[in-house]
Design a binder for this molecule. Sequence first.
Ligand code: RET
Length: 283
Amino acid sequence: MIGISFENFLSFSPMAYDMVAHVLTLGFAVMLAALFYFVLSIRTVAPKYRVSSWLSVVVMVSAFLILFYQAQSWTNAFAFNSATGLYERAAGAPAFSNGFRYLNWLIDVPMLLFQILFVVEITKATRQTLRNQFFFAGAAMIITGYIGQFYETAENIAPFLIWGGSSTVFFVWVLILMYRLIRDARQNLEGEASTLMGAIWWLFLISWFLYPGAYLMPVILNNEAGVVGRQITFTVADISSKVIYGVLLARVAQVRSEQEGYIFQNLFGGLGTGEPKASASAD
Ligand code: RET
């Protein structure tokens, strides 16, 4: 069948059903918590770096909404059948779909890619070129993948693999752009800022690779474990690629702000850790 996610063709033990419900809830709860973090920590960085935190805020709001809906979609789609002891498709309820996620990525992927452009030292022209390429490659990667995921339960999965393959071409393009950007950026960064940028590259690489893994799940593991595995993979990937990545970028911005002698006032009106110390100006 075309257009129906493989989750809908299976029945779940209460344990599997709950694990999915819990991991989806964890996902949106983390986005809301992190939203506060990004808003409240914005003044810890110099104004020129703040766009990065604002972009994290946009990502958190959109992810929170979509993941909240995703969790509702799961609980609405299945109902407990006491005769079988399993959660089965609820009659008349809309099918569970992962498609909402892809539309969320259409917003979040460009934002996540743009974010880093504001904490590294690059010329305006380079920033514009990278922004355009990130936008085009990122959007093309998601749209092709979105079309492909409709075919995951089709009799003939060739379209699933062909659209997925096209998406991978754009993914590789994004990876190359990001690799070069981080490599060049590290030349201009010192100490902790450079180390953090190195960590951001590995976090980026690993967390972004989890998404194609989840896409392929119906082919790799077409059972209950595959469904649980897919939602856990998506959630780990979301927390890493949006929240941890945003926190690390904010940390780079804090370190750079400090290195540049930026002083911030904390929420209570006192001076925060950006207070000039005798050693701060020396490093
Ligand atoms: C798809 C389709 C199959 C092939 C590939 C894919 C890549 C998806 C990626 C998504 C990243 C999403 C992020 C979202 C954050 O909000 C579309 C699954 C390569 C890399 C970072």
